[in-house]
Design a binder for this molecule. Structure first.
Ligand SMILES: [Zn+2]
Length: 190
């Protein structure tokens, strides 16, 4: 079965998985995110996510790295919240299933609310806005199930990212071999 969503950031390196509980915030200030065991927060801190854990996946991204749309859809909301920072929210229907894919902690964004957007179009640029301890993309996917939007593990509906990475790496190796062959041919005059 073909998958529903594509990689928003390339290359793809996962920082924190779905449902993990590894971030805490200062109880008093409500900010200052630290890495912790969220089920056993250190004194003065509470879990950032609550008992259900992380509602999306965190993908490594450098400051200003382009973030691409994971599927054709419509921008239903762009806003700034204390937790998510600047976020862009897209709704798509794929093979009869309704998804929302949400891009958080952004530096800036390209589309406007109500715009239609294509898979692979620029959504915005990665940053560290909101509750975040470093530059990355929080990528959240929700599916409309029994009349409710429910966060699901994005990896369960994404293209095989490891296969994609391997294909990309293999193309680079082939390219390198071709260049070395060219270089040798040039040097030996053949
Ligand atoms: Zn996250």
């Amino acid at each position: 079965m073909s998958k529903q969503l594509f990689q928003p950031v390339k290359p793809f390196y996962l920082h924190q998985k779905f449902a993990e509980n590894k971030a805490c915030v200062d109880i008093e200030t409500g900010s200052k995110v630290i890495t912790c065991d969220g089920n056993n927060p250190p004194e003065g801190y509470r879990s950032l996510y609550g008992p259900k854990g992380h509602t999306g996946i965190d993908i490594a991204a450098y400051h200003g790295q382009p973030v691409y749309c994971a599927q054709d859809g419509t921008i239903y909301m762009i806003d700034t919240q204390p937790k998510s920072g600047l976020d862009v929210r897209v709704e798509s229907t794929v093979n009869g299933r309704r998804f929302r894919h949400i891009y958080e902690h952004l530096l800036g964004y390209r589309p406007r609310e109500g715009d239609t957007i294509k898979c692979g179009d620029l959504v915005g640029w990665a940053d560290n806005t909101g509750y975040s301890s470093g530059d990355h993309l929080h990528f959240q996917v929700e599916e409309f199930i029994n009349g409710k939007w429910v966060p699901i593990d994005p990896l369960s509906v994404m293209e095989d990212v490891f296969a994609l990475e391997f294909a990309g790496l293999w193309r680079q190796v082939q390219d390198l071999i071709a260049r070395v062959a060219e270089f040798i041919a040039e040097k030996t005059g053949r």
